[in-house]
Design a protein around this ligand. Structure first.
Ligand SMILES: Cc1cc2nc3c(=O)[nH]c(=O)nc-3n(C[C@H](O)[C@H](O)[C@H](O)COP(=O)(O)OP(=O)(O)OC[C@H]3O[C@@H](n4cnc5c(N)ncnc54)[C@H](O)[C@@H]3O)c2cc1C
Length: 398
């Protein structure tokens, strides 16, 4: 068949579903907890091949060619203290979206859906709506519905997403000849973890805080930005449901959130995620977007390097790959931009893909079986992984 049914363990970006004229591609979790396309009515497929053309996973190189690149890089942050405090790094992603919405764009961002307990893309038409996109959600986002709703020829959009989502999106808007209506923004991306890890985490929290009503993925309040791997979670036992109509006020909400871990980097979800024991096979084997590889106009990230090591409010790495991106950035208001060479802005970013660690198959087995992260097995597995890694470091030095 000339369609995505031949593709296994892809990025799950959802762009094939949005580009299919017959609307027969649906995105669901596969048995390992990663989004995957399924063709539910194969008889209706006309074999046009568009889903394969727009699929980033199906191509070796990024959609942006080296000849199209015009790289410029900055350290950046919002001059609004509340925005900077709430966002994952310097709040530059929010400022770009906010200012484009004020110019008439719609912004496609990622929010946390408490009913479905998942991250999902949605279309924000006002700044207030865009507030929900603030902060990284360190799980794979479900994009298909929002991407399908984008009116490609009628409206200007900012699209934000992981580098693989954005690479496919670039292919789609080229295919449909409407690239001029879009600004594409991606971020440095470690990888995405299995949704079963997130479900196991929720299972651990719900007895304490009830059904999750709010999730803030990185909380700077207790330890500052450099040590901000804290989950701020609320449930129906700890707070009232969020009224997103009052969303601008949520910018100052951080202090009130139930903070999940007393030890910033000790939070079990982050230890699983950053410990590479539940990452997607597609991230390990097929990510082609590390360091300076991207199909976005603009890339954001955490500027973790030496230059800003004493800054605890948060500094965004900001890179433009295209002339279009540069113009957007240089016209931003109410932000601080400090130009640096790319190596300074990208210091500390991964140059190679994350590699699954020894405990990966065992951790995956337990989370797929539906164990809660409160089960002592996970602490034992993480400890075992730590010992193995330490032994490997020592034997390498000898
Ligand atoms: C899975 C994941 C892995 C990451 N890995 C790294 C890394 O290795 N190094 C690094 O420097 N930065 C990484 N980041 C990015 C980083 O966490 C911050 O988003 C970045 O510093 C920008 O922060 P900000 O303050 O400007 O904006 P923020 O307010 O944090 O803006 C985040 C933007 O990302 C979008 N977004 C949030 N979650 C998702 C998601 N799950 N899927 C798609 N889009 C989403 C939102 O729509 C928003 O536009 C990662 C983010 C994610 C979601």
């Amino acid at each position: 068949m000339k369609n995505v049914s031949s593709i296994q363990n892809c990025y799950g970006c959802g762009v094939c579903a949005a580009s299919c004229g017959k609307r027969i591609i649906n995105i669901r979790l596969n048995e390992d907890g990663f989004y995957t396309p399924y063709i539910d009515n194969p008889d209706k497929c006309t074999q046009c091949g568009i889903c394969l053309d727009v699929c980033a996973f199906n191509h070796e190189e990024c959609a942006l060619k080296p000849s199209e690149l015009n790289v410029k890089s900055w350290a950046a942050w919002s001059n609004n203290e509340a925005v900077r405090r709430k966002c994952s790094s310097g709040g530059i992603g929010f400022e770009i979206g906010k200012q484009l919405i004020e110019q008439g764009f719609h912004a496609v961002g990622c929010r946390y859906d408490t009913k479905e307990q998942r991250a999902e893309h949605y279309i924000a038409t006002t700044v207030e709506e865009f507030v929900q996109s603030i902060g990284s959600k360190y799980i794979q986002s479900y994009t298909a519905e929002a991407f399908k709703e984008v009116k490609r020829k009628e409206q200007k959009y900012l699209i934000t997403g992981t580098p693989c989502q954005i690479d496919s999106f670039r292919r789609m808007i080229r295919k449909f000849r409407c690239e001029e209506n879009f600004i594409l923004l991606d971020f440095y991306c470690h990888c995405v973890p299995s949704m079963y890890a997130w479900k196991a985490y929720i299972k651990m929290l719900e007895p304490k805080i009830g059904e999750i009503t709010y999730s803030s993925w990185r909380n700077k309040f207790e330890y500052g930005w450099h040590d901000s791997w804290l989950m701020g979670m609320e449930g129906d036992k700890t707070s009232k449901p969020i009224d997103w109509h009052d969303s601008y006020n949520l910018l100052i909400r951080g202090e009130k959130t139930f903070v999940q871990s007393r030890w910033s980097q000790g939070d079990l979800f982050y230890r699983l995620f950053l410990g590479d024991v539940c990452l997607g096979p597609q991230c390990e084997k097929n990510c082609k977007y590390k360091y300076n590889k991207s199909s976005a106009d603009i890339r954001i990230g955490d500027l973790w390097g030496e230059t800003y090591k004493d800054d605890d409010k948060g500094v965004s790495a900001l890179v433009c790959f295209t002339e279009k991106g540069r113009q957007i950035v240089e016209n931003l208001k109410n932000v601080t931009l400090v130009e640096h060479p790319f190596e300074v802005v990208a210091e500390g970013q991964m140059k190679e893909n994350a590699k699954a660690k020894e405990m990966y198959p065992i951790v995956m087995w337990y989370i797929k079986k539906g164990y809660s992260l409160s089960s002592p097995i996970f602490k034992s597995l993480l400890l075992a992984q730590r010992i193995i890694t330490r032994i490997k470091i020592i034997t390498k030095k000898l």
